[in-house]
Design a binder for this molecule. Structure first.
Ligand code: SF4
Length: 261
């Protein structure tokens, strides 16, 4: 198989979790059963979506009328953003911006809640309505690593060549609005990080050539996986996947999202 793949943080994470899962889901495109969501989870997801749409409208310069926000929780989040939102740098704002960057003979794609560009610097903002994560966890998260690397490699796609030493990402949690997590990128980190990403893509290429997709040895990963029947991994049992509107962890996210971009 020599096709050009569109990769994403979810797909890289899926490959690292289990090559077999990557193959079944993204190459063979076996249906990922939509896990029936309980009412609380469904409501939380919808509220998260509405909040993100609200933020997009705001950064597009459209008026937000707080009194017209019907959901009381979303209205409170908007109020929190207005009173305790992160400090924004000067620059041009690009809400809900998609970027596609080549890596090897494939591409990686990502969608950013907000990018603010100023000359050769960029600041990503990500709105989170789920459970707050520590900065240490966020530094290891594929969203952080891939999004920072994509901006550094975006070349002229954004109209300017960005300096990794002037790229940052801030996660703002509605549940801890006064504690935004800001992570600064660097040239040194980028060389190591982009090398890691290229290495993973090279591994995917090697698996494509061999067309062998080994099963993970981590049964805990199988507990979060809808493909147990294909792998004879019933003995792993089923995890109770925690509700979340944001991409709090890849295992849960892969389970909860039936159709990833
Ligand atoms: S059940 Fe386990 S081995 Fe099979 S695809 Fe899922 S994670 Fe991989």
């Amino acid at each position: 198989m020599t096709e050009t793949l569109t990769l994403s943080r979810y797909r890289l994470a899926a490959f690292l979790t289990c090559p077999r899962r990557f193959e079944l889901r993204f190459l063979r495109r076996l249906p990922w059963p939509a896990a029936p969501l309980d009412a609380r989870t469904e409501t939380a997801r919808q509220q998260g979506d509405v909040f993100h749409q609200l933020m997009e409208r705001h950064f597009l310069g459209l008026p937000i009328i707080a009194e017209a926000i019907q959901d009381t929780k979303v209205k409170r989040w908007w109020s929190l953003y207005q009173s305790s939102g992160p400090k924004l740098p000067d620059g041009e704002a690009y809400p809900e911006r998609s970027l596609t960057v080549p890596v090897g003979k494939h591409v990686v794609n990502g969608r950013f809640d907000l990018i603010i560009l100023h000359q050769n610097s960029a600041h990503i903002f990500d709105w989170k309505t789920g459970r707050p994560q520590s900065e240490a966890n966020l530094r290891r998260d594929w969203q952080t690593r891939l999004y920072l690397a994509m901006l550094a490699e975006s070349g002229q796609a954004l109209g300017t060549r960005l300096d990794p030493n002037h790229i940052s990402i801030t996660y703002w949690y509605v549940n801890e609005p006064d504690v935004p997590r800001t992570i600064h990128y660097s040239q040194t980190w980028h060389e190591q990080n982009w090398g890691d990403i290229q290495e993973i893509v090279a591994q995917i290429d090697a698996q494509l050539v061999q067309d062998e997709w080994p099963l993970t040895e981590d049964l805990d990963a199988c507990r979060h996986c809808a493909y147990q029947a294909y792998c004879g991994r019933h003995e792993a049992g089923q995890a109770n996947v925690e509700a979340g509107t944001e991409h709090e962890n890849d295992a849960a996210n892969l389970f909860l999202e039936p159709d990833l971009p």
